[in-house]
Design a protein around this ligand. Structure first.
Ligand code: TTP
Ligand code: MG
Ligand code: MG
Length: 357
């Protein structure tokens, strides 16, 4: 009997994480089968290496050249000038995503969508064992392939964090179960950055405290909860649990937060406040026109500096139908904070509204 055939203990959760493989690029391959097997990059126009903007994603062939999501498109062109470069066809990807997750929902209505290509399912009430959950996972994969001719990867474990880690380990095209008794052993051997919330800055602090270049979760387990809270504040307490493979966050069913947003990458990085605010107002105008007639309850401003460091600031207010001037009034102070808090030039700005209902 394999360990995944075990019966679940009472109160134990069974969480499934699904993530589509190289999503935008895989859709493009499906639409253009002649591109299969060749490196393919979806993102901004590379204009022979002089284009601005970033790589959205690429297929696995392109990843072998070192191409990654979020990388400047010009760099990806240098790494592989012969790749096929395609623009982002978001309308298509959204439609495909809706269909896929409509199918996934048929397996469990307890679903939380995280992005266009990713969701968590809580199967706790539906299955009696991890083996049963694995069978559901296999069926989901088959169904998606049958209906959409697209592959995905699936991870299953006792909580969201571990299910996502299992999914990463299964990529591409795979399915992986991490049973509760395997959780600590597996996470302990991974780098600390697998823990959600540990980005480059937190990792750097851990590096210094542990005097290790590439600290593993196992190394970070030497800290007591109090020490971690001292280092990182409230988040530290959460890290303590996560270093032990624990994550009690629930799968939050829909009531989908809808947002509408737009971004602008400057032709040249700039610090000119007049230029930046003028583009910013145009972005707000565009977003306002798209959101017209909808109730808005918050705004988010994104700023990416010349070194690619990217930050967001947001503010919320009672939901209502507001005019463009109101959005400018709410958004501008956030933008100004970005311009005053750093001497760096700005590469990209974005504006987004959160819709109500
Ligand atoms: P991911 O699931 O992170 O990546 P992926 O599906 O392309 O590849 P993987 O097989 O590793 O899961 O993101 C899903 C889609 O979101 C991706 O296809 C394109 C888009 N995306 C961006 O536009 N910019 C980004 O920086 C990232 C990470 C993703
Ligand atoms: Mg994906
Ligand atoms: Mg994803």
């Amino acid at each position: 009997m394999t360990s995944s055939k075990r019966k679940n203990k009472k109160g134990e959760r069974v969480i499934l994480h699904i993530d589509m493989d190289y999503f935008f690029a895989q859709i493009e391959e499906r639409e253009n089968p002649q591109f299969r097997g060749k490196p393919l990059v979806v993102g901004a126009d590379p204009k022979k290496g002089k284009g601005r903007g970033v790589v959205s994603t690429s297929n696995y062939e392109a990843r072998e050249y070192g191409i990654k999501s979020g990388m400047p498109i010009s760099r990806s062109y240098k790494l592989c000038p012969d790749a096929i470069f395609l623009p982002v066809n978001m309308d298509l990807y959204k439609k495909v995503s809706e269909r896929i997750f409509g199918t996934v929902k048929e397996f469990s209505s307890k679903i939380e969508r995280i992005s266009l290509d990713e969701a968590y399912l809580d199967l706790s009430k539906k299955v009696g064992s991890f083996k049963e959950a694995e069978n559901i996972g296999k069926k989901i994969k088959e169904k998606i392939f049958e209906k959409e001719n697209l592959t995905c990867s699936i991870g299953i474990s006792k909580n969201k964090m571990m299910a996502k880690i299992a999914c990463e380990l299964a990529k591409p095209k795979g399915i992986r179960v991490i049973t509760p008794e395997k959780v600590v052993g597996i996470i302990s051997e991974m780098g600390v950055e697998v823990v959600p919330g540990i980005g480059p800055k937190t990792k750097d602090k851990l590096r210094k405290k542990l005097k290790k270049r590439d600290p593993k979760v196992r190394d970070a387990q030497i800290f007591s909860k109090e020490e971690l809270i001292n280092f990182f504040g409230k988040r530290g307490g959460e890290f303590y649990e996560k270093f032990r493979g624990k994550d009690s966050s629930p799968v939050k069913e829909e009531r989908e937060v809808k947002t509408i947003g737009k971004e602008h990458t400057f032709q040249q990085d700039t610090k000119n406040p007049r230029k930046i605010t003028s583009i910013f107002k145009q972005l707000i105008g565009d977003v306002y026109r798209q959101a017209k007639g909808r109730k808005v309850k918050g705004v988010t401003v994104t700023c990416r500096y010349e070194d690619f460091e990217t930050h967001t600031k947001q503010t919320s207010f009672p939901a209502g139908e507001y005019d463009e001037r109101f959005l400018i009034k709410k958004g501008t102070p956030l933008l100004l904070k970005f311009l005053t808090q750093s001497n760096k030039k700005v590469r990209l700005i974005g504006f987004r509204v959160t819709l109500y209902g």
